[in-house]
Design a protein around this ligand. Structure first.
Ligand code: ATP
Ligand code: MG
Length: 426
């Protein structure tokens, strides 16, 4: 049997891995510029963390978790998202007793038993940020501005930002009751999932993926009409913050986070051009989560974005990314010069010059072709004349010009030329 990667997983091979490095570089740089520092948590956690931290009535927990028992029969789960793990780490290391807010970002693989399709995998990657310890609506704005800044730096202009406020526990309790009253008479028209959950969690009907559920509940009372004064003004300040930064948004009554610990701001970002799975990222405020996970009453806000979907969007821009070209290739005209080549290669690499040689026993002519394939700008030729007279032949692969350089000067000479190449090409 030929072994294949498990369904819903895939390999990232060169040259595609260059695109990943490019995107990850921009994500990290942007987050660091905004004052967020990297956190790395384990890939697996106790199952209970996600049951509590993601919520036991969510799709993620009911259908999508990779849960297994280890050899001592503890139930562990591959992380389906990273907010719960961040909250666990915050509590475990008492970060909340230090300087606030604590601002973190992460990049890494997540695991969900989803039906694989374009933009949806079983192992996928998220970039996200979390900020703990402040309830300032300006921080909500900052987090959204960071999300938009990432898209801008990636050259993405076609996006839609949806925002809403899901209020606080108080205003939401009143609202939930009204929504249940609105849904009850039409409950038979809901999908099976919503029929079972609408009593306990009516907000989940609003973000159900079944169109029929939305048709059944038309003209439902909206949360934004039921916000208390504090929540309404929090939402206003967030919107003002976005406007002041020239960020367009659309208020979206359907955008809710169906869980009790979500509060106030909720947002989602869509890129229409990338197919059916157009949601690239989403997030919001979760002022109840830290306490729900056994920590102090500490507010938090964050978002997560899917890197695969970002990549789909960046790919449609056909951006030309560096695919790991070599700077210099060393061609030897004779097997006897393997050692000289290897030693020179190491010295070049110690100077951070991307240098390569042949390992397939190619002829001199075939080595030159190979150098061309690798995109080398220069080739250093080592032959009998060179060794006897103590110089190297340096060939410029573009102009085809060849010059002789004393052995002792070769490194400096290559460096000088690279500076000129790079300068010349911007
Ligand atoms: P969806 O509606 O696509 O199922 P979700 O609500 O499950 O998304 P979140 O939990 O909010 O998604 O995760 C944030 C982002 O992570 C999504 O917007 C998406 O870009 C990405 N994402 C989520 N699940 C997957 C997956 N199975 N494969 C690839 N990316 C994913
Ligand atoms: Mg999902």
């Amino acid at each position: 049997m030929q072994l294949k990667a498990p369904r819903g997983t895939y390999d990232i091979l060169p040259p595609d891995s260059s695109k990943w490095q490019y995107i990850e570089g921009i994500l990290k740089e942007t987050a660091e510029t905004f004052g967020y520092r990297e956190i790395r948590t384990p890939i697996f956690e106790h199952t209970e963390l996600f049951e509590r931290g993601v919520g036991s009535s969510t799709d993620i927990v009911t259908k999508e978790m990779y849960t297994f028992k280890d050899k001592s029969l503890r139930s562990l789960t591959l992380r389906p998202e990273n907010t719960a793990s961040c909250v666990r780490a915050l509590i475990e290391h008492s970060i909340y007793s230090g300087i606030m807010p604590a601002k973190w970002y992460y990049i890494g693989p997540m695991f969900r038993y989803d039906r694989p399709q374009t933009g949806r995998y079983r192992q996928f990657h998220q970039f996200g940020v979390e900020a703990f310890g402040s309830n300032s609506p300006y921080l909500d704005a900052e987090v959204i501005i960071l999300l938009i800044e990432v898209l801008k730096r990636l050259g993405l202009k076609e996006y839609e930002l949806h925002i809403n406020s899901v209020g606080c526990m108080q205003c939401r309790d009143v609202y939930r009751q009204k929504l249940i009253e609105h849904i009850t008479p039409v409950k038979d028209k809901l999908c099976p999932d919503c029929q079972t959950r609408y009593q306990q969690n009516p907000l989940r009907v609003l973000d159900c993926k079944e169109k029929s559920c939305h048709q059944a509940i038309v003209n439902y009372p909206t949360l934004s009409q039921h916000l208390c004064d504090d929540c309404a003004s929090h939402y206003d300040v967030v919107k003002k913050g976005l406007k002041a930064n020239s960020i367009d948004y659309r208020h979206d009554d359907n955008l809710v986070r169906g869980l009790d610990y979500y509060t106030n701001t909720a947002f989602e970002i869509h890129i229409p051009g990338i197919g059916a799975q157009s949601a690239v990222g989403g997030g919001g405020r979760y002022n109840g989560l830290v306490e729900d996970c056994g920590g102090p009453d500490l507010p938090g806000i964050g978002f997560a974005m899917g890197i695969e979907r970002l990549l789909l969007a960046v790919d449609t821009l056909a951006k030309e990314l560096d695919s790991g070209k070599s700077d210099v290739f060393i061609t030897i005209m004779n097997d006897d010069y393997e050692l000289q080549a290897l030693e020179l290669l190491t010295r070049l690499r110690q100077e951070n010059i991307r240098a390569e040689k042949d390992y397939m026993g190619r002829s001199g002519r075939a080595q030159m072709k190979y150098a061309d394939k690798l995109g080398a700008r220069m080739v250093i030729i080592i032959g009998d004349d060179e060794i006897q007279q103590g110089y190297f032949t340096l060939r410029d692969m573009q102009s085809k010009e060849q010059v002789q350089i004393y052995k002792e000067e070769i490194i400096e000479s290559v460096k000088d030329r690279l500076v000129k190449f790079r300068g010349g090409n911007g």
